[in-house]
Design a protein around this ligand. Structure first.
Ligand code: NAD
Length: 455
């Protein structure tokens, strides 16, 4: 294509042809997408290994597996989701029927980050296809192997007027954002989220922003410490902490802090010592990000780990103690394998402290006490999370996934992905068998009669 406006035009023309809206076309496209992932497993795993030193196991469970499951779930329900949904009609509109039609927006732009470069580009695409849209995908420039391979595979599988991949950096994205899209779905940082929202505002384009932030993980004195330690160590250090919903920091009750730290260190060793030793631990994506994350190691004191290498862009799983809210590590999202630990005695003070900061994308509570769990859920606003686990909520197609406040706008996954890319068109079908007189003003006692119905 000569220019982005030309690409937009051919996609718009294709959308107008109505092809992408046909149910059979959507089903075929989703099936092809699933086959693309299955049949290029080896190449995709190799690309992610090159970009992030991701192990095949991690690539499968955090990227390909999630996508295949989303496609399976979508194919199972798509017939149902695309039907007009009949809803109730009020007594005052007697004789009519009401329906909600899910209508595709048109040409949508999906901008994705580098940390799960395959999953975070393709998961929204599944929703866009299911809802009947055409799409332009702009993956991250920081994972060039995966982005290049995705562009290649998508162009072999779908015509450009239906789905296209545009590769490039911030400048290229800015160029795309000049165009008028019908929907923009962005996953990335809070700072760039603001740039996207501003650009979308110029065309009044609706958006979803899947952003990040500092997600707290609370370990109460009555928690099952063994399970807590293992599930936190996994959720924090998977992908070297470069997960939007990774526990950013721990808030541990003072009574069990020492014991919990002991079990947590054991869990980290059990899960990661061998992987780190064999050079199989995921690396930090770039030198710039490495320098940013490594500089945070100077906060507090190192309780475990801390070794790092700029040559390999690796930082081993690290625990930091003696942390206060004034430390540099508590000022920004860490997005790396460093876990700072704060403690608390008084739950109200701990809750107030969390609430002094932007609403997190995720929050995790480890406790056996239902009252304590309910207090946190009722007192803190956050995107979503788990009780007695970490990260797992994002893998359920039944749970809409997204942030609130600074951690994002909108949610997807499962039915949510279909809804995000659909406009809900409300239609009232009126009867022509009779005509209720109440709305008309030219009757005796018109107001009195209408007041009889509207209490
Ligand atoms: P980023 O915001 O730097 O980049 C995301 C995308 O935006 C990339 O495709 C990039 O090319 C583009 N971009 C960068 N600068 C831009 C600019 N000035 N104008 C237009 N486009 C621009 O994010 P990242 O570093 O790739 O990813 C890390 C961030 O993403 C973290 O904050 C993390 O929490 C967040 N994240 C959120 C989710 C979620 O689902 N909520 C998932 C993964 C990552």
């Amino acid at each position: 294509m000569e220019s982005f406006s030309e690409l937009l035009k051919v996609q718009r023309d294709f959308f107008q042809s109505g092809k992408s809206k046909e149910l059979s076309f959507r089903i075929k496209a989703l099936t092809s997408l699933g086959n693309l992932i299955r049949s290029h497993e080896t190449e995709l795993m190799a690309a992610l290994k090159k970009d992030l030193n991701k192990s095949n196991f991690d690539t499968y469970i955090t990227e390909m597996g999630i996508l295949l499951e989303e496609i399976r779930f979508t194919l199972k329900h798509i017939k149902d989701w695309t039907q007009p949904r009949k809803v109730k009609t009020t007594f005052t509109q007697m004789g009519s029927k009401s329906y909600i039609y899910s209508e595709p927006y048109g040409v949508v732009l999906i901008i994705s980050p580098w940390n799960y470069p395959l999953q975070l580009a393709i998961a929204p695409l599944i929703g866009a296809i299911a809802a009947g849209n055409c799409a332009i995908l702009k993956p991250s420039e920081l994972t060039p192997e995966t982005s290049k391979l995705m562009a290649e595979l998508i162009s072999k599988t779908f015509p450009p007027e239906y789905i296209s991949v545009v590769q490039g950096d911030a400048e290229i994205t800015q160029g795309l954002l000049e165009e008028k899209f019908d929907y923009i779905f962005f996953t990335g940082s809070v700072a760039v989220g603001k740039v996207i929202m501003e650009a979308a505002a110029k065309h009044l384009t609706p958006i979803t922003l899947e952003l990040g932030g500092k997600s707290p993980c609370i370990v109460h004195h009555d928690a099952n410490l063994k399970f807590a330690a293992k599930r936190i160590a996994w959720g924090k250090f998977i992908n070297a902490g470069q997960t939007c919903v990774a526990p950013d920091y721990l808030y541990v009750h003072r009574d069990i802090k020492d014991e919990f730290l002991r079990v947590l260190i054991e869990s980290i060793k059990e899960l990661y010592a061998e992987i780190v030793k064999n050079g199989e631990f995921t690396r930090i994506v770039s030198e710039r990000h490495f320098n940013r994350v490594a500089s945070l190691l100077t906060s507090g004191e190192i309780l475990h780990g801390g070794k790092n290498s700029i040559d390999n862009l690796t930082i081993e799983p690290t625990l930091l103690g003696g942390i206060t809210w004034d430390d540099a590590i508590m000022k920004e999202e860490i997005f790396g394998p460093i876990l700072p630990i704060l403690d608390y005695n008084d739950e109200r003070t701990m809750i107030n402290k969390i609430n002094e900061h932007p609403k997190p994308l995720a929050l995790y509570i480890f406790s056996e006490n239902k009252e304590f769990q309910a207090t946190i859920l009722n007192s803190v606003s956050f995107g979503g999370g788990c009780i007695n686990d970490t990260v797992m909520h994002l893998s359920s197609p039944y749970l809409p996934f997204g942030g609130v406040g600074e951690s994002g706008i909108g949610a997807y996954h499962g039915r949510g992905s279909f809804d995000v890319f659909s406009h809900q068109k409300s239609i009232l079908k009126q009867t022509t068998t009779f005509d209720l007189p109440f709305r008309y003003p030219n009757r005796k006692d018109a107001l009195k009669q209408i007041k009889f119905f509207i209490k």
